[in-house]
Ligand binder design. Structure first.
Ligand code: GAL
Length: 416
């Protein structure tokens, strides 16, 4: 019956039929939230929609960071079967908006006063040509370290405040027989570590100059050589089986006392929470040394594709649900992120969640909030992927820092 109605709509007769509740009430959602913690957060959304009578057709595409999901999306759109709602990041949203295929969310944005409650840093990616084209779910940030408290205590080390202390701490951890850093060797994870290292070497200004402004001189500078030097130090702190490992399995190494730390965005907290661990008691969250006061952020958003009037109602209902303050709290408590609106109380968040929200607000106020390169908020996909290639090649070979810097400049120049 449903398929029949869809066919009818495709022939332009939709307006002659009133949409059956069954037909109007479903969203097909393409996303990459497949780890334990992510799935738990996604459930909050599914249940919320279910309570409003909206069905859920799941379209998961595994692969952290969303690289694979974006490839699948491209082929779905090309074959004329775009999903109704798609998890998306930063510049990808703007790229799709430029193709004119995203639904207009202006009416509900106006009703809900989104302009007043969504931070401008997010609006930059939720609006195209002044029109709302996606709804933000959260604000994650990437310059975090997740550490096992018992391992730190057994080794007798404390939270490192700067790079030298960090190196000293990792040496002690290694000597005590633990893997200092749990890591998954996938390009987006290498790039996530790079986010933190770059910030620790050059601070906000250098990060902006290189990642956002794409200043070739800064990209080719001695400071960038230092960044790759530090990346090389990191490669010496991993276990031998890091290659290809999924990020959540790296989190599990920290959770299970196999490794001391993971350098990862705050979605990692979702894994700790899912495993029943408590911040401050079982694990610690702290900003990567020498990046305190700065936040590299990424915001998951849902963009709705123009798929025909039959789906519009459920798309708009989903967007309304996602932006509601109650949902923003419930979802982000589980996901590890901060709410995407400024008026959500932090009362339900744990210590790490509260710290994330405070850091975000003060970075926003102090002008030290900047989009994450690794997660598509500093530059468009073409540039980002060119950077990924250079970073991951250096990470997995014995390439010198100087050669990596040269390759970075050349790759960005070509991609620009
Ligand atoms: C990020 C995304 C997060 C988390 C992570 C790992 O790009 O923003 O929500 O899912 O990938 O999958």
């Amino acid at each position: 019956m449903k398929a029949f109605l869809k066919k009818v709509l495709a022939f332009g007769l939709g307006s002659m039929f009133l949409l059956s509740p069954l037909q109007a009430a479903e969203v097909e959602v393409l996303h990459w939230w497949t780890s334990g913690g992510e799935a738990a957060a996604l459930n909050v959304l599914k249940e919320d929609l279910q309570s409003k009578g909206i069905g859920w057709k799941d379209m998961p595409v595994a692969g952290g960071g969303g690289t694979q999901a974006m490839t699948v999306l491209r082929s779905r759109v090309t074959s004329g079967t775009a999903p109704t709602a798609v998890q998306m990041l930063g510049f990808d949203i703007l790229d799709w908006a430029a193709e004119g295929v995203l639904a207009d969310l202006n009416r509900i944005a106006r009703q809900g006063n989104w302009d007043a409650v969504v931070p401008l840093a997010l609006q930059k990616f939720s609006k195209y040509d002044g029109q709302w084209i996606s709804v933000p779910v959260n604000v994650h940030s990437t310059n975090w370290v997740w550490a096992n408290k018992a391992v730190f205590e057994k080794v007798g080390v404390t939270v490192p405040r700067n790079w030298d202390e960090f190196v000293a701490v990792t040496k002690k951890i290694k000597a005590a027989g633990y893997t200092p850093i749990a890591h998954g060797g996938q390009a987006w994870q290498d790039a996530t570590v790079f986010d933190s290292i770059l910030l620790s070497v050059g601070g906000y200004d250098f990060y902006k100059k290189t990642m956002v402004d794409l200043n070739l001189k800064a990209l080719g500078s001695a400071k960038m050589v230092q960044v790759f030097d530090r990346m090389r130090v990191i490669t010496g702190l991993l276990d031998p089986n890091f290659s290809g490992r999924d990020w959540n399995l790296a989190s599990a190494m920290v959770i299970n006392e196999k490794a001391a730390m993971q350098i990862m965005g705050d979605w990692a907290k979702g894994e700790f929470i899912k495993a029943g661990k408590v911040p401050g008691k079982d694990f610690m969250c702290f900003r990567f040394p020498e990046t305190q006061g700065i936040v590299t952020f990424n915001s998951d958003q849902f963009a709705m594709f123009r798929v025909g009037s039959a789906d519009t109602k459920s798309q708009m209902e989903m967007a309304k649900s996602v932006i509601s303050p109650v949902f923003q709290s419930a979802f982000n408590v589980v996901k590890g992120s901060a709410p995407a609106r400024t008026d959500v109380p932090n009362s339900d968040f744990d210590a790490c969640g509260k710290k994330g929200m405070t850091d975000l607000a003060s970075a926003n106020m102090n002008g030290t909030l900047i989009g994450s390169m690794a997660h598509g908020h500093a530059n468009p996909a073409g540039i980002k992927n060119a950077m990924y290639d250079v970073i991951t090649n250096h990470f997995n070979t014995k390439q010198s820092s100087r050669a990596a810097v040269k390759a970075l400049v050349a790759a960005v120049e070509t991609a620009m």
